[in-house]
Design a protein around this ligand. Structure first.
Ligand code: CUA
Length: 330
């Protein structure tokens, strides 16, 4: 079965949508077979035969037939209407569900940016593009936009939901089984739209809590931080200097550089406080490896055309040092 497909649902919400899709396709297929069947029957049964002259006998106004083809589509469309409404109720929180007090408190706020996803948890965790949820729990997620209209969609977990500037939309987030579910932005939002991907990591509650604790933890200062991905400590400390020299912190929050709060005071670019622990960078355009991070820093446009991050014309050594610093942020 295809992964990342509506035909491989992994939540009750996605299941409702998948069932509806299959049901609609079957109904459509039956109608198509019926119409073409009658057409071929008529073509053969009433074909012109040798010796036949002129027009065949014409019939007008058979009341019974006219009633049949008026009433049957009406019944069919009414049935489809109720089936669709039922699927909508099962896949999205309606106003009734949202008015349900504490249970409808958003457990996560998802904010679309050109071209990445900001993820804010009530616990104070703020991260980007890799969304962690505990498996088997139904969360209400609030979906917003920082700039233009985006569309949050994890096909295996539920419906699309638009991120509209100045408006909050709600969605249920739930996964039946642990796993990583891919999603993307499903509405054209500018040059980087195709690379506005995300991952939903569904994991057991204990693992989720551990992740949350790790995200709330402030990384130690660069000189006392273990280097990652084969870099050295001296590369990490030189990278830390380059980070402030190039004023990266004016777009990206790093706890300990911009301030001590876990709440970012800068949100133009993703919070980088734990960027080294994320599986993807550049909103899923590439996996988080040392080589990809260096390429990204040397020329962001080569990975995501149109990206708002400038090319700082770094040397290869500078890109290496800066990458060492970023990958040590865990
Ligand atoms: Cu955001 Cu398309």
């Amino acid at each position: 079965m295809l992964s990342n497909s509506v035909f491989n649902p992994m939540s009750p919400q996605a299941q409702a949508i998948s069932n509806l899709t299959i049901f609609l396709m079957l109904v459509g297929l039956l109608i198509a077979l019926g119409v073409t069947g009658v057409m071929f029957y008529a073509l053969i049964r009433f074909r012109a035969r040798p010796g036949q002259e002129g027009e065949p006998p014409q019939t007008f106004g058979i009341t019974r037939v006219e009633i049949a083809w008026t009433v049957s589509p009406f019944v069919l469309v009414t049935l489809l209407f109720f089936v669709s409404v039922s699927a909508m109720q099962h896949s999205s929180p309606g106003q009734i569900a949202l008015n349900d007090g504490a249970r409808s408190e958003p457990r996560i706020t998802i904010i679309g940016h050109q071209w990445w996803w900001e993820l804010r948890y009530p616990s104070g965790v703020v991260t980007a593009n890799v969304l962690h949820i505990p498996v088997g729990q139904r969360w209400v997620a609030a979906v917003k936009s920082y700039d233009v209209i985006h569309d949050f969609w994890a096909p295996q977990l539920g419906p699309k939901i638009q991120a509209v500037p100045g408006q909050t939309n709600y969605i249920w987030l739930e996964a039946d089984r642990p796993g990583v579910y891919h999603g993307d932005c499903a509405e054209f939002c500018g040059a980087g739209h195709a690379w506005m991907l995300f991952d939903v990591v569904a994991e057991p509650m204990a693992k989720f809590k551990a992740w949350e604790q790790q995200q709330l933890h402030q990384p130690p200062p660069p000189q006392s931080r273990p280097p990652a991905m084969g870099y050295t400590s001296s590369e990490v400390t030189s990278g830390a200097k380059l980070f402030t020299y190039y004023a990266c912190q004016s777009c990206h929050y790093v706890r300990g550089v911009n301030g001590a709060s876990s709440q970012p005071t800068v949100d133009y670019g993703p919070n980088l406080t734990h960027v080294g622990s994320r599986s993807i960078i550049a909103a899923g355009a590439v996996s988080n490896t040392a080589a990809h991070m260096e390429q990204w820093l040397l020329n962001p446009d080569s990975i995501k055309e149109g990206v708002h991050m400038p090319n700082f014309q770094l040397s290869e050594t500078q890109a290496r040092d800066l990458s060492a610093y970023l990958e040590s942020l865990r």
